[in-house]
Write a protein that binds this ligand. Sequence first.
Ligand code: CDP
Length: 220
Amino acid sequence: MNKIITIDGPAASGKGTLARELAEALGYAYMDTGALYRAVGYEVLQAGGDPEDEADALKGCRILAAKLGKDGIPVLSNPDLRMERNGDAASKVAIIQSVRDALLDIQRNFADNPGDKYKGAVLDGRDIGTVICPDAPLKLYITASDEIRAQRRMKELHSKGISVTKSAVLEDMRARDARDKARKVAPMRPAEDAIVIDTSVLDAGQVLETALKYVSETLA
Ligand code: CDP
């Protein structure tokens, strides 16, 4: 069986940090699938389009596919993608089935062929355990209280020189979470066989330690 770890959960729950650290500790490749949706949202806004319009969103997918074909995964590291307006646009394009279809192969190919130098793959997002890699041997669902998540996101944005208030972050995050949970296609939810980790009272090191325990029980 392929060594794939799926990590899903709401905004700023700590899933990105865990996914990166887990990949590093295990020698696995890592894909932040949220960055794909953010990049599509970003391209739509750059072109002056509407993220809720299917034709505009699909045009964003084509622009992203061309950039990925030319420059590869580093395209997803553009720091502008982290801005809340691109997160908001991401959660709008993410509702559209044809957008999700357009991004499906990129994610599955990455999970199945992470490259010779890696021993497996870690992917984080909203539907990795439920839709993208339903047969993965280890599925984690990372969550934390709204207040803690808003605090973490604010710190992340401040460290990138983006100025925001906690109440604005909380409001944006709740709107996005509600959209992600309520959508008909691939809603955010834990897979039935996912292990749920609440990180509200855990620091990053403790979350990693907890996850590594599950890795040694399932993937060793
Ligand atoms: O960093 P954060 O957790 O706030 O969000 P993200 O993982 O960068 O994802 C941004 C948005 O993309 C989410 O709010 C979802 O609407 C969408 N997304 C999705 O629908 N499916 C995924 N696998 C990943 C992200």
